[in-house]
Design a protein around this ligand. Structure first.
Ligand code: SF4
Length: 369
C-alpha cells in the first residue's frame, strides 16, 4: 500500500496556533502553484511507474479556499501520472469558512470520497480565540452539505479556558452533524506562533489538564460508538483513514508541493518550505527537495515499531516478519522487558495498554532508548 499527499499552502488568514506552511496573503498564486504541482508530479512519473497507490490526500493549508477546478485537475494529474487505484480513498481537507454546495458537488464529481473538516471546537469564543475564520454554525452548514458522505471532524484540545464539558459538547456536535471519524489532537504551542505567548503566560491548560480533556473526549466518543484506532483518531466501524493507516504501518508515500515529505524505497525526503524557492525549482525543471536521508535497516525497524505503537492494534509480529524477515520478540527482547508494565504482549505482537495510549510518547522513547 502507498499514498500520495499534495500540499495546498493557501489560507484565508493565519490561525494563532498555526505552524504549517500556509500563506494567507498569496492566494493570487494559486493557479501558478497548482500548475507547478502537476508538473512536479510529471517529474516523478517514471520513477514511480511500478508503484501502486491506494490513497490521495489533499491537505494544507486550506485546499477548499482555491478554485475547485484546480482540485479537479489535480485528481486528474494524479491519475494520469501514477497508478492510483480506481477505488482509491481520495480525501480533501475543508475549512468550513470556505465551502459552498457547488464546491462539494464538484469534488464529488472529481471522485473525492472522503472529507476532513476543521471544526476544532464547537464553542464560538474558543474558535475566535485561536483565530479560526468560521463558527460552529458554519461547520454544521458544511456537514449538512456533506450529508451521506464519509467525513472527519478535527477537534483541538488544550485551548484556553476549555473545560471537559466543552470537549464533550464538541464531540457530540461533530457526531450529531454526521462525522464518521474524529481526529482529536492536543494543541502544541509552537515557538514563533502568537499562541506561544499565551503558553508562556500560563494561560493554556497544563499536561494533566489536557490529559483530563482527552479522557473526557475519549469517553464520550466511545459512548457514541467511535473506536479509537490511533491515539488521536477515532472512527465508526470501517471508517478509519486508509491514508493515515498507511503512515502508521510505515507504508510508502510521496508528497507534492511546498513542505511535503515523502518516504519511498526507504529514502525520506522533504520539499522546500519556501514558496518562491518551490516555483524556481519547478520552473527550472528541478525537484524542490531540500533534504534527503536513507534509512538503514535498524532505523526502519525502529520506525516500524514507533509508528505501530501509536495505534490500538500495536505491533503485529507477523507484519514485522513479513517486512524484515526477522522476529520482533527477539529483536526487541530488552525493550519489551523494560517497558513491560505499560504493554500488552501476546503471540500476535505488542501494544501499549489502553490506559497508557495517551502518554505513548514517553513509553515509546523509553522503549527505543
Ligand atoms: S486553516 Fe489550518 S493551515 Fe490555515 S492557518 Fe489555520 S491551522 Fe494553519
Amino acid at each position: 500500500m502507498a499514498g500520495i499527499y499534495v500540499h495546498v499552502p493557501f489560507c484565508k488568514s493565519k490561525c494563532r496556533y498555526c505552524d504549517f506552511a500556509s500563506f494567507p496573503d498569496k492566494l493570487c498564486y494559486a493557479e501558478s502553484y497548482m500548475a507547478c504541482v502537476y508538473r512536479e508530479m510529471s517529474f516523478r512519473r517514471e520513477e514511480l511507474k511500478d508503484k501502486k497507490f491506494d490513497t490521495l490526500y489533499i491537505g494544507g493549508g486550506t485546499p477548499s479556499v482555491i478554485d475547485e477546478r484546480y482540485i479537479g485537475m489535480l485528481v486528474a494529474a494524479a491519475r494520469k501520472n501514477f497508478n492510483l487505484a480506481p477505488d482509491a480513498e481520495i480525501t480533501i481537507e475543508l475549512n468550513p469558512g470556505t465551502v459552498t454546495a457547488e464546491k462539494i458537488a464538484f469534488y464529488k464529481k472529481c471522485g473525492i470520497n472522503r472529507y476532513s473538516v476543521g471544526l476544532q471546537s464547537a464553542v464560538d469564543g474558543q474558535l475566535a480565540d485561536i483565530g479560526r475564520i468560521h463558527t460552529a454554525r458554519d461547520f454544521a452548514d458544511c456537514a449538512a452539505m456533506l450529508k451521506g458522505e464519509n467525513f472527519n471532524a478535527d477537534v483541538l484540545i488544550g485551548l484556553k479556558g476549555q473545560t471537559a464539558e466543552d470537549v464533550v459538547y464538541t464531540v457530540n456536535f461533530a457526531a450529531e452533524a454526521g462525522a464518521s471519524h474524529v481526529s482529536m489532537y492536543a494543541l502544541t504551542p509552537e515557538d514563533g506562533t502568537p499562541i506561544y505567548t499565551d503558553y508562556l503566560n500560563g494561560e493554556l491548560p497544563d499536561g494533566d489538564e489536557v490529559a483530563a480533556l482527552y479522557d473526557a473526549g475519549y469517553k464520550r466518543l466511545k459512548e457514541l460508538g467511535f473506536i479509537r484506532y490511533e491515539v488521536s483518531n477515532f472512527c465508526k466501524p470501517g471508517k478509519g483513514s486508509l491514508h493515515n493507516l498507511n503512515y502508521w504501518r510505515r507504508g510508502e508515500y510521496i508528497g507534492f508541493g511546498v513542505s511535503a515529505s515523502s518516504c519511498i524505497n526507504n529514502v525520506r525526503f522533504t520539499n522546500t518550505f519556501d514558496l518562491d524557492e518551490y516555483f524556481k525549482c519547478i520552473l527550472s525543471d528541478h525537484l524542490p527537495v531540500i533534504n534527503s536521508e536513507e534509512i538503514d535497516l535498524e532505523g526502519q525497524k525502529e520506525e516500524f515499531v514507533m509508528l505501530a505503537m501509536r495505534t490500538a492494534e500495536g505491533v503485529s509480529a507477523a507484519r514485522y516478519k513479513k517486512t524484515f524477515g526477522a522476529d520482533f520478540f527477539a529483536d526487541f527482547a530488552a525493550p519489551l522487558k523494560k517497558t513491560a508494565p505499560y504493554l500488552e504482549v501476546s503471540e500476535r505482537g505488542a501494544k501499549i495498554k489502553d490506559e497508557y495510549l495517551f502518554v505513548q510518547n514517553g513509553i515509546i522513547i523509553e522503549f527505543l532508548s
